[in-house]
Design a protein around this ligand. Structure first.
Ligand SMILES: [Fe+2]
Length: 375
């Protein structure tokens, strides 16, 4: 892997070590312990401030990142490596993190539609990652991988590292596709070709929302709106922004269905990627003993079944193996305080490990420059 790393980073190493705006604060590629090699590239790639050096303050670091971002360096590295782990930069607070992420000059902050977890907005670019209790495991998923509206790029900032656990699991969606194709070719074939009425290939995602929460779809709801008005405003968002099907349930919950391809092709590289979140939805249902009708789990929530786009069931043997496979190729980000991970949502899935103690992981979501091409 060392040779592969060297050959890939050689053209960029000189860019990193020759600052023109900041005198002598060298940064360098470093091998992240236990990193993997995917298509000959280190996953993830580490970039750190060289030992014995430090930026004077966050503004100095931001100027250096801006200088490098303008060369297109990070776009290229993200395309090759999927994830970049930044270490040793003076990012200590949410405010520092906000300045840091803006330095990458990505097209625009991502507007979330359909939030199903709970996040608190900290500032204009930063939110908490998720506020579910620390013992809750999240399975691998592409961020908003069950939606037509998703961010291209994610940043995670490790503000406080817990006493135990809490490493963020990452996997390469390119590697997951390769392994799926090699080990379960029938399943890969079904995902790529199973015909639904409106799409060539599909795996469906269903989301249940009680009260169509304001930060999910109800952005336009005003105090005093009648229930009918609230519903029509939610329906308008679903129709205009997501082209989703939705059904109100007798208990007031909203079931949202989007038929989306589970495997897609990256425009910049032509590679196939496993972009979705259905395995994790299944995993949670399995954990909560909710795989059978009426799909109500031990946690009291509904866990609607994930199916192919034509409504036929995905065999549980496939789903069980997919979850195991994801764990086999996963990488745990060994967070240190101040670390920032830059993640290409198109080619990398993330998850969440339980932890003990106090932890703060902040997130910033952006629209990037990558696109999907026709499969
Ligand atoms: Fe996520």
């Amino acid at each position: 892997m060392a040779a592969a790393l060297k050959s890939i980073v050689a053209p960029t190493a000189s860019t990193l070590s020759n600052p023109t705006l900041e005198a002598e604060v060298p940064i360098e590629i470093f091998p992240v312990p236990q990193s993997r090699s995917v298509h000959g590239n280190a996953f993830p790639l580490g970039i750190r401030v060289k030992e014995g050096h430090q930026f004077q303050d966050i503004d100095a670091a931001v100027r250096r990142i801006e200088e490098l971002a303008q060369t297109g360096l990070f776009d290229g590295l993200l395309q090759s490596h999927g994830t970049i782990l930044f270490r040793g930069f003076p990012v200590k607070t949410a405010s520092d993190f906000s300045k840091f992420v803006k330095a990458f000059r990505l097209p625009q902050p991502h507007r979330e539609i359909g939030l199903s977890g709970k996040r608190t907005t900290i500032n204009d670019a930063v939110k908490t990652a998720n506020e579910e209790p620390p013992d809750v495991k999240f399975y691998y998923h592409s961020e908003y991988g069950r939606s037509a509206h998703f961010p291209g790029v994610l940043f995670f900032f490790s503000e406080i590292v817990p006493e135990q656990g809490g490493q963020t699991p990452l996997l390469s969606s390119l590697e997951l596709y390769d392994r799926l194709r090699a080990e379960m070719p029938e399943f890969a074939h079904d995902l790529e070709t199973k015909v639904s009425p409106s799409s060539l290939f599909a795996a469906s995602g269903k989301i249940e929302l009680n009260n169509s929460r304001q930060d999910s779809y109800g952005f336009d709801i005003q105090a005093g709106d009648s229930l009918d008005v609230q519903r029509s405003k939610v329906e308008a968002v679903l129709k205009q922004d997501l082209q989703a099907e939705a059904e109100w349930q007798p208990n007031g919950a909203l079931h949202v269905l989007q038929k989306l391809p589970a495997i897609r092709r990256i425009q910049s590289t032509g590679k196939a990627t496993f972009f979705n979140g259905f395995a994790g939805v299944y995993g949670r249902a399995r954990d909560n003993d909710a795989l059978k009708s009426p799909y109500r789990g031990l946690d009291g929530k509904y866990h609607l079944p994930t199916t192919y786009g034509d409504g036929s069931p995905i065999p549980t043997a496939y789903l069980d193996r997919l979850l195991d496979l994801s764990d086999e190729i996963g990488f745990l980000v060994p967070w240190e305080a101040g670390d920032v991970a830059l993640i290409d949502n198109y080619t990398v899935q993330h998850a969440r490990s339980p932890w003990v103690g106090k932890r703060s992981l902040l997130v910033s979501l952006w629209d990037g420059r990558e696109k999907f091409a026709p499969f």
